[in-house]
Design a protein around this ligand. Structure first.
Ligand code: DOR
Ligand code: ZN
Length: 354
């Protein structure tokens, strides 16, 4: 048995409020615990995006009643009502901006980006969904305006090379990579059809490059993005199914499998899923919060056994080695052998410590 600190996932979409047919704070945080994560940071692209203090406070109130693990939030912005940004700032772990099209139509153009950078004062990171050339643009702007940025889900050789170049020049930029970009191949996504469609999409041959350069990656972030089986199977006429795949319950077993194959060390796993997230986003942790895993236990990932409301995983049927056995939060046993032992509201809505 290995004892790990309660892991932190800095990138989840729990869909509450607004799209609770896909997931809600209770099912999403139950999935987190089942996957060894005791703290999650939730993204602002809700049906009604979280771009005001009012919507943020409402979201936190709902979360307080339903969450079973600890949960924190990010602010969002569409480039309007910029005075809201610093009202939200004390209660969030950063600001998330979408520079490319994805779920929720949240995209902002470059002119608005400058105004938002000016309005986001203080030291908390700006997280960006930026793909290909946009990464270079946003890094340049962050340098010019002296902002701390985190590049979400780096997925291609070009993107990671851009980040490495910036890091070599000493810029304050961090980046995350998702488990689906590390483990799914282009062939897998073809077989998965709509269930392998996410943003950024998986390109041929890049997961090898990500593994070879894992040293440059700061965090592993699931980008847990649940959508119902129904809407994945029945996209609107002429349109795409919604982009995104769930990941909270499969990230750790996949990483433990990589550890068993000597592709990753357990210390590096802890760095990527606990120490770096804690440091970059200033998250308070508790010594009595931990996860026990049976590192020798092999099992098959099974859609039917997942706690996420969406009820599917792109890794369904995969054999993994390493299973979450027990989870403790602040000294209380919250999960054992597949069963959640606490009720809605056990978890806390957390505030940043800066
Ligand atoms: O695939 C994705 N799904 N990528 C994103 O950036 C957003 C996410 C979602 O919200 O469904
Ligand atoms: Zn995301």
């Amino acid at each position: 048995m290995i004892k790990l600190p309660g892991l932190i996932d800095v990138h989840v979409h729990l869909r509450d409020p607004g799209q609770t047919e896909k997931e809600d704070f209770f099912t999403g945080t139950s999935a987190a615990i089942a996957g060894g994560f005791t703290t999650v940071l939730d993204m602002p692209n809700n049906k009604i995006p979280i771009t005001s203090i009012k919507s943020l406070k409402e979201k936190q109130k709902i979360a307080r009643e339903k969450t079973v693990c600890d949960i924190g939030f990010y602010a969002g912005s569409l480039g309007i009502s910029l005075e809201e940004l610093m009202k939200m700032e004390p209660y969030v772990f950063g600001l998330k901006l979408y520079l490319n099209k994805t779920t929720g139509n949240f995209i902002i153009d470059e002119k608005k980006l400058i105004k938002i950078f000016v309005a986001w004062k203080g030291k908390k990171p700006i997280l960006v969904h930026a793909e290909s050339d946009m990464i270079e643009n946003v890094i340049k702007l962050a340098k010019k305006m002296n902002k701390k940025i985190h590049i979400c889900h780096v997925s291609t050789k070009f993107e990671l090379k851009t980040v490495i170049k910036a890091k070599r020049h000493g810029l304050v930029v961090t980046c995350g990579v998702t488990p689906h970009h590390l483990f799914l191949s282009w062939n897998d996504t073809n077989k998965l059809g709509p269930f392998g469609m996410m943003k950024p999409k998986i390109e041929k041959g890049y997961k090898e490059f990500l593994w070879e350069n894992l040293n440059w990656i700061d965090v592993i972030e699931s980008d847990h993005a649940p959508h119902t089986i129904e809407e994945k199977n029945h996209p609107p006429a002429g349109g795409n199914p919604p982009f995104g795949v769930p990941g909270l319950e499969t990230t750790l077993p996949l990483l433990l499998t990589a550890v068993s194959e000597n592709k990753l060390s357990i210390n590096r796993l802890i760095e990527l899923c606990f120490e770096n997230p804690k440091r970059i986003f200033n998250i308070k942790t508790n010594n009595n919060t931990w996860v026990e895993v049976d590192e020798k236990k092999e099992y098959i990932i099974d859609n039917k056994k997942l706690l996420t409301k969406c009820g599917w995983s792109p890794f369904n049927g995969w054999k993994v080695k390493g299973r979450v056995k027990r989870v403790f939060i602040r000294g209380i046993k919250v999960f054992e052998d597949g069963k959640l032992l606490v009720k809605s509201g056990f978890g806390e809505v957390i505030k940043p410590i800066w």
